[in-house]
Design a protein around this ligand. Structure first.
Ligand code: ATP
Ligand code: ZN
Ligand code: MG
Length: 275
């Protein structure tokens, strides 16, 4: 058991078991996020931890982040082990774009997704898991509205986290793209402010993103042939939360026993009935 008692170690680095009180907090966070950001949702989905490999390939994830992707090998009948038609889901929003592939949206669309994600992370520091849970809100619509949606959400989220007692900062960030052009892509991503992270302390001396807001421009619209009501390739944005990191940040701030967290925090997360 980790010193903070939040996540229970297993023999595999970055893979943890979650005690009941952690699950109760995760559930409370999920409900609070729905209240905060989920008022205009077209759909609210839960995805399994695997996704069609064809989707991940259509999205180009296997080329941008091959070092993070978990592949699945299966052996059918008496045949040889072979790569399956599935891969481990690396982020929630990949399951959303195929829903609208080759269609024209009549209006902007907002969805929520709950996902269990896998990434083959290079280290297992506190808060950097290989299997973790992500809540995403995805906004699909005309470009000029994507950024304002993302930034409006980010500011609401910062206020919410402050009310939960957490000290946060925001930072323009970039993703760890793979390959020769990686440095350039990251630089462009930063210059254009496409990825904004909300950072919090998740453990002693450990500051990490508890939420990230991404503006994809027309990347997924183009790859999945999604058009907006004007007939243009649609743009999209997503806002993603790491449940385990949020729990770790709350435990770091308020202690490892949620029963003893401040009343206001307990109310916000509806922890009243905690045993
Ligand atoms: P980091 O910079 O810490 O690697 P990221 O940029 O890879 O994070 P995203 O891809 O934007 O993160 O994922 C969305 C959210 O999922 C993050 O803001 C974070 O809260 C959470 N998350 C990402 N990677 C992990 C992980 N390895 N373990 C736990 N939570 C994670
Ligand atoms: Zn996303
Ligand atoms: Mg990462």
């Amino acid at each position: 058991v980790r010193p903070d008692g939040a996540l229970v170690d297993t023999p595999a680095p970055g893979i943890y078991l979650y005690p009941g009180h952690v699950e109760t907090v995760v559930h409370g966070l999920g409900q609070a996020l729905t209240t905060l950001l989920g008022t205009d949702l077209q759909r609210s989905l839960r995805t399994p931890p695997v996704i069609a490999r064809s989707i991940i390939e259509r999205a180009g994830y296997h080329e941008s982040f091959p070092h993070l992707l978990g592949r699945v090998t299966t052996q059918a009948g008496s045949g040889m082990p072979a790569e399956s038609d599935l891969v481990l889901l690396p982020a929630g929003c990949y399951c959303v774009y195929p829903l609208y592939a080759d269609t024209r949206l009549t209006s902007a669309t907002e969805l929520s997704v709950e996902a269990t994600c896998f990434r083959q992370e290079g280290s297992a520091e506190m808060g950097r898991l290989r299997s973790f849970r992500m809540r995403e809100f995805v906004w699909i619509g005309p470009g000029e509205q994507c950024l304002s949606w993302r930034d409006r959400c980010l500011s609401a989220v910062r206020g919410w986290l402050t009310d939960l007692g957490l000290t946060t900062e925001t930072a323009v960030a970039s993703d760890p793209f793979f390959g020769a052009g990686s440095r350039l892509i990251r630089q462009l991503q930063i210059e254009q402010g496409l990825k904004i992270e909300i950072l919090a302390t998740v453990g002693k001396g450990q500051i990490q993103a508890v939420a990230s807001g991404n503006y994809h421009k027309d990347q997924f619209g183009r790859l999945f042939a999604i058009f907006d009501h004007t007939g243009n390739i649609t743009h999209s944005a997503c806002l993603a939360f790491g449940y385990e990191r949020l729990v770790l940040a709350l435990i770091h701030r308020h202690g490892d026993d949620p029963n003893r967290w401040p009343g206001r925090v307990r109310d916000m997360l509806r922890l009243g009935a905690l045993a």
